[in-house]
Design a protein around this ligand. Structure first.
Ligand SMILES: [Zn+2]
Ligand SMILES: [Zn+2]
Length: 645
């Protein structure tokens, strides 16, 4: 029978024989051997065999090690090697599942006691041994009953459970030496094709994620086709750890989340509060300049308000439960929108007033399960940089352009210039007419095109009340973070029955845009911390300059310098302690203070200062005024925009 392989040609193969019998033929015509194949979204490895009847219009697409999908073959195989190693070292172990993941693979394994660091080392050694032996893999399809018998004899209870649930009458098993695993594949030809492997960690995981089931140990690892790639990956992991905002938040005394106060509730410590205050002030200033009006609204409202707004219908599971006072029920706000509707409704509105833009740094509370909470990135109480724009249909596109202009401005100011933008369109269930949806979607599209922003469309992923744009920012490590969202809403204006008087004296319904640009201050600060690894740009650094004395003799000179800088409006700290200079420098560097001013007898005598940056650059003997002029420039929020970082 004939096997077609894209770009490589047609090959003769005896039915029932695995594809690997073609290797000598393929080697004759191609120096590069595929790692495996793909057909109809299914992966097929060299161990696969076909019958004549499978072959109609079958053309296999080859996958090479340079393809992203090759990792699936590699990491599937690596997880089997891991399982084999564990079974050899800990014969009582029972296997759960062992899939590849985005960055590596894991295997859930039951054992009478947890695996510790020492065990992990031993297992990794064994894994490497198995790889070195370059053991070929075999694939077999056997009847379900036979598979049950097999895994029963192997005492693999979890596998038995899985087999029971498989719909087909036959199941596939892979083996290497004495090790057998139930698996759909795909895999490599032999264990030796795994060129680099590393076991990373162990964590408890309930069988099938259900806490009523036994606890298994999930061993995480990763594998690559070269040692260099593995090293690059591990370096990146280290870098991610180094930048973790939870760790830096503690070290730099920015914020804390205390179990005694409540999960997901953030306390801003003085240094974090300063950063937040700077960002808030800047945010307000920019919004006022761009025609927004600032409002403040309460944190709770009568439950009935949330009935009218629809939150009790479609958002209830994200809300904190109601509380009773004087026989009336109140509820904490998960969103600011209904309040802004009341601001709008203070007066009869005319078409001439539009657009109306209300903005608020509004603190909201949403219920998130404790399991998903994560530092500042996933919290239960947070402050949205929220705004609601009311406009006419003919103004929608221009307003969206303005919002996109504002969001890209903000993000660039904070050092983010690469984004991923998603436009989510009409879902199956929606309110409003299809015509208005089409118009709004068209307005969102042309606004994006007007701003020259590339975007992807998520068809049908809009919220039921209107289409939206989501924007993710790219950080220095190439990670994307969801921040801005811009949503058109046809629902809330309807629910609250808000209107304006048009040119013809008739009533019309305004269009409402919800938008948050940074997302929430908590989340944005978390991303900022990780992006800068805590070494913030000068204008937001909690302490901008630290004055260090070399000896006690220069303390009064130091005090004078501190005084001048403070009067100029800079955030300055002094370290006049009787400690070695190197020690003081080290502390200031750990605190990621942008500039250290070092003062000794010589500096005082010449009435100059010596400056050291947190990166270790040194400028000796400059005039204080000269330094002040330099840092005044850096203290501008737009400093990064001008490209001089
Ligand atoms: Zn497998
Ligand atoms: Zn809103």
């Amino acid at each position: 029978m004939k096997i077609k392989i894209k770009d490589l040609g047609e090959f003769q193969l005896t039915p029932g024989l695995p594809l690997k019998f073609l290797i000598p033929e393929i080697k004759k015509i191609s120096s590069k051997l595929p790692i495996g194949f793909k057909h109809n979204q299914e992966y097929i490895d060299w161990h696969y065999s076909f019958n004549e009847k499978d072959l109609e219009n079958l053309e296999l697409e080859p996958i090479f090690t340079s393809d992203e999908e090759a990792f699936i073959f590699l990491r599937h195989t690596a997880s089997h090697v891991l399982a084999q190693a564990v079974k050899e070292l800990f014969p009582g172990a029972k296997l759960g599942i062992g899939p590849p993941t985005e960055d590596g693979f894991y295997y859930d394994i039951y054992y009478e006691k947890p695996f510790d660091e020492e065990d992990l080392k031993k297992i990794e050694e064994k894994v490497k041994e198995i790889i070195k032996k370059n053991i070929p893999l075999e694939r077999k399809e056997i009847p379900k009953e036979e598979a049950k018998e097999l895994f029963k004899n192997l005492k693999e209870d979890f596998k038995l459970e899985l087999i029971e649930e498989l719909p087909d009458s036959k199941v596939s098993i892979y083996s290497q030496e004495n090790f057998i695993d139930l698996c759909k594949g795909p895999h490599l030809l032999s264990t030796g094709e795994i060129k680099a492997v590393k076991l990373l960690s162990v964590a408890g995981a309930y069988w099938r994620g259900d806490e009523k089931n036994p606890m298994l140990w999930r061993i995480y690892g990763t594998a690559f086709f070269s040692k260099e790639e593995l090293k690059a990956y591990l370096d990146r992991l280290e870098e991610i750890k180094r930048r973790d905002h939870r760790r830096l938040g503690k070290e730099l005394e920015l914020f804390t989340i205390e179990e005694d106060i409540g999960p997901g509730l953030v306390i801003w410590l003085p240094k974090g509060a300063i950063i937040r205050n700077i960002i808030e002030n800047f945010w307000k200033e920019v919004h006022l300049k761009r025609g927004y009006q600032l409002v403040y609204t309460p944190h709770i409202a009568l439950r009935d308000l949330w009935k009218v707004s629809g939150h009790l219908d479609f958002y209830i599971e994200n809300m904190f439960p109601p509380m009773e006072l004087e026989n009336r029920a109140y509820q904490i706000k998960p969103m600011n929108c209904p309040f802004h509707i009341y601001v709008y409704n203070q007066k009869r509105r005319s078409y001439r007033e539009f657009p109306i833009r209300y903005c608020e740094l509004g603190t909201v509370y949403r219920f998130e399960r404790s399991g998903v909470l994560h530092g500042l990135l996933r919290v239960r109480g947070f402050t949205q940089d929220d705004a609601h724009i009311f406009c006419r249909e003919d103004q929608l596109e221009e307003e969206l352009i303005q919002v996109l202009d504002l969001v890209t401005y903000f993000l660039k100011v904070f050092g983010f210039s690469e984004y991923k933008i998603f436009l989510s369109t009409r879902p199956e269930k929606f309110v409003g007419s299809p015509e208005i949806w089409d118009k709004a979607e068209a307005a969102l599209r042309s606004a994006l095109e007007n701003k020259d922003l590339e975007y992807e469309v998520d068809p049908g992923e809009g919220v039921f009340y209107g289409p939206k744009i989501d924007l993710k920012i790219k950080d220095v490590l190439g990670r994307f973070w969801q921040c801005a969202t811009i949503q058109v809403d046809f629902n809330i204006p309807e629910r609250f029955n808000i209107v304006y008087i048009g040119e013809d004296n008739k009533f019309y319904r305004p269009i409402m845009i919800h938008r948050a640009l940074l997302g929430s201050l908590e989340r944005f600060l978390g991303v900022l911390i990780e992006n800068y690894a805590g070494a913030f740009p000068f204008w937001i650094a909690p302490t901008q300059v630290k004055v260090l004395t070399i000896t006690d003799r220069t303390i009064s000179y130091g005090e004078k310098i501190v005084d001048i800088l403070r009067k100029e409006g800079f955030r300055v700290e002094a370290d006049f302690r009787n400690e070695k200079l190197n020690y003081k420098i080290r502390i200031a560097q750990q605190e990621k203070v942008p500039y250290m001013i070092v003062l000794g007898d010589k500096e005082e005598k010449d009435q100059v200062i010596s400056v050291r940056t947190r990166k270790g650059e040194i400028i000796n003997n400059i005039k204080l005024e000269e330094f002040i002029n330099k840092i005044k420039l850096e203290n501008q929020p737009e400093y990064l925009l001008n490209g001089s970082s």
